[in-house]
Design a protein around this ligand. Sequence first.
Ligand SMILES: C[S@@+](CC[C@H](N)C(=O)[O-])C[C@H]1O[C@@H](n2cnc3c(N)ncnc32)[C@H](O)[C@@H]1O
Length: 204
Amino acid sequence: MMKLNEFEKRLVAHPIRRWFQSKVELPILVSLFKGSPSPTPMVLEIGCGFGHGIPLILEHFKPMQLTAVDIDGDMVEACRQQWQHHPNVMISQADAEQLGFQDNQFDLACNFAVFHHIPQWQKALAQVYRVLRPGGYFLMEDLYRAAICNPLSKRLFDHPQTNRFDHQSLLDELQSCGFEIVNQAHILNLSGMILAQKPRHYLS
Ligand SMILES: C[S@@+](CC[C@H](N)C(=O)[O-])C[C@H]1O[C@@H](n2cnc3c(N)ncnc32)[C@H](O)[C@@H]1O
């Protein structure tokens, strides 16, 4: 497992990043739904980090239950301290490459800048597909190969450098898992946002 280094931890927790996520990223991500999002009683957040995405998911999607997972025990602990008493939030430690949830359980899965950290991200996509119910959505924003495999980024961060993806290879892999692409956008192939849906009627 590759943990975030101290610099990235500070960046993720910085008020400017939190402001940007809440005022810019989430409104754009929600707008990918073309109208109001359908009801999402069961939501999974993968790689919740310090939990800054949790209030945003609660605000925008109003789930009955939000399950937030992260692979890093320290992150999970920090998140638990803040959220363990909220009746709609469950925090647990899990690796996105092998999620211990039943099939067809969630209405929505969210990835806020996590998959670029996952060595076998294709396995994680297949897991997300498995745990979503037919008709469920996968909402994601992430960083691409060009953003993380360059000398500056390599100096500042600890990101896997092999088997990375760009916008098109991510779309291709989503589709080969079985997802339909509902909406998508990218910025100079450095980062992108995608809303994908598991078909309502699908062949397993
Ligand atoms: C850049 S941080 C983003 C955190 C949070 N989503 C946010 O937007 O503030 C990436 C997070 O993904 C987690 N992560 C990395 N690999 C993971 C995996 N295989 N399964 C679950 N979480 C993972 C890291 O521990 C870290 O908390």
